[in-house]
Design a protein around this ligand. Structure first.
Ligand code: FAD
Length: 385
């Protein structure tokens, strides 16, 4: 057992940290204020190939498709500076580009994956609907076959990158499978007639990231744009989210780390009762608890990434890591605000933003309750292994 990053991963961590601090950190608060990511940073992210982290070089990616640990390193370091950026690249890489690489045909890779990996086009994964959230099988957006095309009608909500995406993976109902709906994933080019972006959400956290409603009115999609096979949609969506949770967990580890670092700095600087507040046991306990919880989340996150890279079953671990890392980040951000006292509520200190951003990790890509459900179901069905 080896808990250390290899030399390439260490270098990647160093380079990404330097990049994030140099380019993302100075504009992170502004992105949060104006609810928009910085265009200059977007171009620099493309140059760094951060949109192609999980994709082989032959398709325009960074060639780390078998190195999910490196993907975590990148996502954690970006998340340490701005969770809005790490959810933007994380979703693009983990639940759009990666499934296209894993399940797509060669033609689909040529047509869609190369542009995604280079960041020429941004991707969105569209599962959630007004009446289908945790109960993902309840998708109502319908696709009906017409010759060698499918016609999509319905809408999606809360799609990360929705308003800026040009390539979508859309989960649609294509009929019935026994007593259950048959679901299929379609690759949709947003230039297609009948597609439009609806409401752009005004959110509590990760405000720089775009979260939008997407509307499909008689959107015609060629049969060739089915990802995998007709009827495979639910299975592929669940496999996609297993990988996506690694990304969300790494984001939360980065965010928790940022809250911890800000707390240590403040606890050493802020003087009350004639001494730095870090000398008070009440503050020390919060800092210890934060560090332990974040490290637990980090270990589980990198374990899930390791299992994935070894070709082993990692769905159960990815639910655990997402649960632990997101709750660790939330607790860390909460305590960071507490340690900062009144200043913690002010925008002049980044912990105010961390607190709002951290809440998102407990909701998207499956709430904490759903992760607990998945973990318990796994244990009750398969026992402890
Ligand atoms: C910022 C943001 C970005 C997102 N990005 C995307 C995206 O890119 N693509 C996408 O498809 N979706 C996205 N989502 C949607 C997200 O995955 C869902 O919001 C989430 O899965 C929960 O669904 P819901 O909001 O409908 O809540 P609901 O499912 O209505 O849940 C409400 C409450 O009930 C609880 N609950 C539900 N069922 C059970 C159960 N069986 N047992 C116990 N408790 C239960 C939940 O845990 C929650 O506390 C995003 C959401 C947000 C907030």
């Amino acid at each position: 057992m080896d808990f250390a990053l290899n030399d390439e991963q260490k270098l990647l961590k160093e380079v990404t940290r330097e990049f994030a601090e140099k380019y993302i950190a100075p504009v992170a608060q502004e992105s949060d204020d104006i609810q928009k990511l910085d265009e200059t940073v977007m171009e620099k992210m493309k140059e760094m190939n951060y949109f192609g982290t999980c994709i082989p070089e032959e398709y325009g990616g960074a060639g780390l498709h078998n190195d999910t640990v490196s993907f975590c390193v990148v996502t954690e370091e970006i998340g340490r500076v701005d969770a809005s950026w790490s959810v933007t690249t994380g979703v693009h890489c983990s639940v759009v580009a990666k499934p296209l690489y894993r399940f797509g045909t060669e033609d689909q890779k040529q047509q869609f994956l190369i542009d995604l990996a280079k960041g020429n086009k941004i991707g969105a994964f569209c599962l959630t609907e007004a009446n289908a959230g945790s109960d993902a099988a309840g998708v109502q957006l319908k696709a009906e076959k017409d010759g060698d095309e499918w016609i999509l009608n319905g809408s999606k909500i809360f799609a990360t990158n929705g308003g800026i995406a040009e390539t979508l993976l859309v989960v649609a109902a294509t009929g019935e499978k026994g007593s259950r709906k048959e679901l299929t994933i379609f690759i949709v080019d947003t230039d297609t007639h009948g597609y439009s972006v609806g409401v752009k959400e005004d959110k509590l956290g990760v405000r720089g990231s775009n979260t939008s409603e997407l509307v499909f009115q008689d959107v015609r999609v060629p049969e060739d744009n089915i990802l995998g096979k007709q009827g495979d949609g639910f299975k592929l969506a669940m496999q996609t989210l297993d990988f996506g949770r690694i990304s969300i967990a790494a984001q939360c580890v980065g965010l928790g780390q940022a809250a911890l670092e800000a707390s240590i700095k403040y606890a050493n600087e802020r003087v009350q009762f004639g001494q730095p507040i870090g000398r008070f046991q009440g503050i020390q306990w919060m800092i210890s608890n934060m560090a332990c919880a974040i490290e637990s989340g980090r270990l589980l996150t990198y374990k899930a990434a390791y299992l994935c890279d070894q070709g082993k079953e990692y769905g159960y671990t990815s639910s655990m890591e997402k649960l632990v890392a997101s709750e660790a980040a939330m607790q860390a951000a909460h305590d960071a605000v507490q340690i900062h006292g009144g200043y913690g509520l002010m925008k002049a200190y980044p912990v105010e933003r961390y607190f709002r951003d951290a809440k998102m990790g407990e909701i998207y890509e499956g709430t904490s309750e759903i992760q607990r459900l998945v973990i318990a179901n796994h244990l009750l069905r398969k026992g402890i292994q």
